[in-house]
Design a protein around this ligand. Structure first.
Ligand code: 5AD
Ligand code: SF4
Length: 468
């Protein structure tokens, strides 16, 4: 059975018993899209925790539903409206039963479409952009009088205004947690909405990041993934007001007691510097994995995308990383069918993939985003050509991914045990190269790094046995 909450939304479940004044209110934040939204969902829930809301994970059990939306591609944005259609029915049933249900649209669709959402979706009480989550309590209070929109880019630091999680909320993050260190983008790739929805590049000060990671480490987090739309453009200030690079920040984070693994995503090829490569060589906590989107293997397309680098720069970055850390695994993002992409351009993408060899990659058909320069380019590619190229690229990447995974069979890997696995007695964790590993072990091992000998490679994961 699907675990999608929509599928579980049955008529008989639609009426949550009326909450008495003493019963805790419940909030369900449903996130779409990137890891930054997953992190934002935690922070929104932290804000609401202070207002007496406890987290829940179904629509039926919630008094407050927040759709934390993604605007990156058309399909992602469309999902919001179909979800809102279903939620309208739920809200109506609740009102008929004399109880209330507040519906909030947050995230990048909220930022991009603002007031339009209130017009298109009558069930929505509040539209709130990613820079205003610290204002959620006041904004929700306003909705008792009128439907509200807040898509301002406040000048003050929203991260400072967001409360730290309570002990219980921090613990709920588990063993591996995200921490946003940089937000926004000034690169303006011609296909991308991020500079418009997340605003210009902002780096959190070093001390703020360190304090947050320390608090997470204190409650059992062992792995942090530092997040940013251009995470390697990080330049947060230290306590002496000096600009700090990502490489330097990784070194500071590695000194935090309890933190055993550090990852970061997403990087831009323009900002790959030697300092960051050295961090992979010198800091054992920095994991041998790099997500480095290239988007296309054709210089002509890269230029039309305003990526501001050429293929040889990308190859140089890959080579530099491999020289410092020979076992490093790479992943990337690719867009096929960008306006003007010829068969020759696409063949260049295929040959780049063959040359680099990826452990994993995300592939997308170009999707027109209103307001972006590429949406107005006149040489748009027909859907069937995009489909064909996508399938060809996906087949190649799947082959590389599987071959990469299969090479682990027979090796003994350090696995961070994250949670119980699918089968009784089974635990699940990740290898340094971000491969999922399942093996039998006691639950007490959660949060520990153990040695696992890999015996089998199956679809999207490895199977192994615990080594003493
Ligand atoms: N169409 C298709 N894919 C896109 N991405 C960003 N904008 C678009 C778009 N308009 C992809 C890029 C980016 C990833 C997060 O999403 O590959 O790296
Ligand atoms: Fe979008 Fe390009 Fe910025 Fe990445 S670098 S967020 S793809 S504009």
């Amino acid at each position: 059975m699907s675990s999608d909450p929509n599928d579980r939304m049955r008529k008989r479940d639609l009426v949550r018993p009326m909450t008495t004044s003493t019963a805790a209110k419940r909030v369900f934040v449903k996130s779409y899209g990137c890891q930054m939204n997953v992190y934002d969902a935690e922070r929104m829930t932290d804000v609401l925790d202070r207002e007496g809301y406890k987290a829940t994970d179904t629509f039926e059990t919630a008094d407050l539903i927040i759709l934390n939306t993604c605007h990156i591609r058309e399909k992602a944005a469309d999902k919001v409206y179909s979800e809102l259609g279903r939620l309208r029915e739920l809200k109506k049933t609740r009102l008929e039963a004399g109880s209330d249900l507040k519906i909030v649209v947050a995230g990048c669709v909220a930022q991009a479409e603002g007031q339009d959402i209130l017009r298109r979706a009558p069930a929505v009480d509040l539209v709130v952009g990613p820079q205003s989550y610290q204002n959620l309590p006041e904004l929700l209070a306003k909705t008792t009088k009128k439907r509200t929109v807040d898509t301002e880019f406040p000048v003050d630091d929203k991260f400072k205004s967001l409360p730290s999680p309570s002990h219980d909320r921090a613990k709920a993050r588990g063993v591996s947690a995200f921490v946003t260190i940089q937000e926004g983008c000034d690169k303006f790739c011609t296909f991308c909405v991020v500079p418009y929805t997340r605003g210009s590049e902002y780096s959190r000060p070093v001390v703020e990041v360190i304090d947050e990671v320390k608090r997470l480490a204190d409650v059992g987090v062992r792995e942090v993934t530092l997040l940013g739309q251009n995470v390697n453009a990080y330049h947060g200030l230290d306590d002496k007001g000096r600009s700090t690079s990502l490489g330097q920040l990784l070194s500071h984070v590695s000194e935090i007691s309890g933190i055993e693994r550090i990852r970061y995503t997403t990087s831009h090829p323009l900002e790959m510097d030697e300092n960051l490569a050295n961090a992979h060589r010198d800091i054992p906590e920095v994991m041998p994995y790099l997500h480095l989107p290239v988007q296309s293997g054709s210089d002509k397309i890269l230029e039309a995308m305003n990526r501001r680098h050429k293929i040889h720069d990308y190859i140089d970055a890959i080579t530099m990383m491999r020289n410092k850390r020979p076992d490093i695994a790479f992943s990337s993002d690719f867009i096929v069918g960008f306006p003007g992409e010829t068969e020759e351009d696409f063949a260049a993408t295929i040959s780049l993939v063959e040359q680099v060899g990826f452990a994993s990659a995300y592939t997308f058909k170009y999707s027109i985003r209103p307001g972006t320069p590429a949406s107005e380019m006149d040489n748009q590619i027909p859907e069937e050509i995009k489909d064909r190229r996508l399938h060809a690229l996906q087949a190649l990447i799947a082959k590389q991914q599987r071959a990469y995974q299969d090479r682990m069979v027979g090796q003994t890997l350090d696995v961070l045990v994250e949670r119980k696995g699918k089968h009784p007695g089974q635990m699940a964790g990740k290898s340094p190269h971000l491969l999922a590993v399942a093996f039998e072990a006691p639950a007490a091992y959660i949060g520990h790094i153990v040695k696992v000998r890999i015996t089998d490679s199956v679809t999207n994961s490895l199977v192994g046995t615990l080594v003493n």
